[in-house]
Design a protein around this ligand. Structure first.
Ligand code: NAD
Length: 497
């Protein structure tokens, strides 16, 4: 079995804590690797490497930083296939989907290549006689990122390219279930010329996370993961004086109005509910069908679902892969059987599904639950699997009330041909990312990504301008190059003239 390493100070570092976690191939169910779990001392050594590197990286020229980022962009581009293979081997998602997440991560590297435009600052000349004022944004120092299993490459790339472009140094704690893609990204950064210690990867569990949250030399923490842990990270990190952005879980609703193109809506529901086996924070997990749309829409979803090909992610014929672990698969299955017991109609039951020749894989088929109501567990909880619930309502107003009563507010979508209804929805819905006839409205890299309510703790969204703002702090410099006539004693409050 392969034993993985940390990446500290520009090189692989073996784990010394003696604690390891299993890394599975979800398509076979076999443990193929083990990943070291960092002790407090190992986290401290990564932070020390990052702190030492910040002394020079923090004041390095924008020309140097951007030339490294341009090389990095080329290297990640050239290694897309390899990174995607690492993702599929540990996460299970199909290869095309893994390539898609690398492409979305690259968007943020491309944004970081243009960081000089974002860090230009502001200058006001002659605000008073012979006085100028400049606003600058400077790096924070050492910053950390803690990432989830479902995007092993993209979510780390939402964070560190912008952080290091702004002059920070970075300690990344990737998900222990899918550690290899992050390690590869760090290796490529070194190959691009990123100085030792600017980007470090420490693998681990709660011990490593808790040390990051309390370490006095870490200025800021970016987190992406489930809501309970996001809340914990935000509360603990801010109590320790850190800047924290913590993106949490989701239960994304797709509203279908009676005038919608139901073929397009059915395609969208299938793609957004079952893509990546529903293990996306922007997955659609609830369709809210208004008026008489539910019956024809469900028929169309059933026709399409029957044709989906589920299999190993490295088989080009597969459209959906397995779930991350057996325990998670069993939990997802329990929501489907529980929904039936609580009164929902199980229109498609994906439990009990397996793939011939891969019987020990973490398989589940797709499920469709009809007549779901808000008090059912399948509606209340984030299932994070290929389970789509349909809630039937009579009117738009009933739909928007239901959606806005949800504790989450990550992404949402409306399907309609009515521009007025779509416009009303954009303004009224309580969610951070809204799609109009777009089921997974993940913003492009130069806009920012983030939810509302229990989907984000902290006041910055991630990447885009919010990312630059999060990883920098403001400084305002007021300058006078005096004339001899500017002297004299005046104890009054400075005023401009
Ligand atoms: P998770 O919260 O279990 O883990 C995320 C990270 O936190 C991992 O690095 C993990 O090691 C660490 N962690 C887990 N338990 C911890 C604990 N008790 N104390 C300290 N650290 C802990 O999430 P996951 O299962 O890896 O990922 C799936 C979740 O992430 C889903 O809820 C999904 O919606 C969410 N997610 C959200 C977004 C977003 O942008 N809002 C994006 C991707 C995933």
């Amino acid at each position: 079995m392969k034993t993985l390493s940390h990446w500290i100070g520009g090189k692989p570092v073996e784990g010394i804590s003696g604690n390891f976690g299993p890394v599975y191939n979800p398509a076979t169910g076999a443990q193929e690797k083990q990943v070291p779990f960092a002790s407090v001392d190992e986290v401290d050594s990564a932070v020390a490497a990052a702190k030492a590197a910040h002394a020079t990286w923090g004041t390095s020229s924008l020309a140097k930083r951007t030339s490294i980022l341009f090389k990095y962009r080329e290297l990640v581009d050239a290694h897309r296939e390899e990174i995607a293979q690492l993702i599929t081997a540990e996460h299970g998602k199909v290869h095309s989907d893994a390539l898609g997440e690398v492409a979305r991560g690259l968007e943020i590297v491309e944004l970081a290549c243009g960081i000089s435009e974002k860090l230009k600052g502001e200058l006001s000349t002659q605000v008073s006689t012979r006085v100028d004022v400049a606003s600058l944004r400077q790096s924070l120092g050492v910053v950390a990122g803690i990432t989830p299993f479902n995007f092993p490459a993209m979510v780390p790339m939402w964070m560190f390219p912008i952080a290091v472009a702004c002059g920070n140094t970075f300690v990344l704690k990737p998900s222990e279930k899918v550690p290899s893609a992050a390690f590869k990204l760090a290796e490529l950064a070194a190959e691009a010329g990123l100085p030792d210690g600017v980007l470090n990867v420490v693998n681990g569990d709660k011990t490593a996370v808790d040390r990051i949250l309390e370490h006095p030399d870490i200025a800021a923490v970016s987190f992406v993961g489930s809501t309970p842990i996001a809340k914990y990270i935000h509360t603990t990190g801010t109590a320790n004086g850190k800047r924290v952005q913590a993106l949490g879980g989701a239960k994304n609703h797709m509203l279908v109005l009676p005038d919608a193109d139901l073929d397009l809506a059915a395609d969208a529901a299938i793609n957004a509910a079952y893509g990546s086996a529903g293990e996306r924070c922007m997955a659609i997990s609830v369709v809210v069908a208004v008026g008489d749309t539910a019956d024809p829409l469900i028929e169309k979803v059933k026709e399409r679902a029957a044709k989906l090909r589920i299999g190993p992610g490295d088989d080009p014929a597969s459209e959906m892969g397995p779930l991350i672990t057996k325990a998670h698969r069993d939990k997802v299955a329990s929501y489907v059987s529980g929904a039936g017991a609580q009164g929902a109609t199980v229109a498609i039951d994906g439990t009990g599904f397996t793939v011939e020749g891969h019987e020990d894989g973490h398989w589940i088929g797709v499920s469709l639950l009809d007549n779901v109501t808000p008090e059912m567990d399948c509606y209340r909880d984030e299932i994070f699997g290929p389970v789509l619930s349909v809630v039937r309502v009579d009117t738009y107003d009933e739909a928007i009330t239901l959606m806005n009563n949800s504790p989450w507010g990550n992404g949402t979508a409306i399907f309609t041909r009515d521009g007025g209804a779509a416009r009303r929805f954009q303004l009224e819905v309580e969610a951070g990312m809204v799609g109009v006839n777009v089921p997974i409205p993940v913003p492009v890299g130069y806009h920012s990504f983030g939810g509302w309510k229990d989907s984000l703790f902290g006041d910055h969204h991630i990447y885009g301008n919010d990312g630059v703002h999060f990883y920098t702090r403001g400084k305002v410099v007021t300058t006078r190059w005096p004339d001899p006539s500017d002297g004299g004693i005046n104890l009054g409050f400075p005023s401009n003239s």
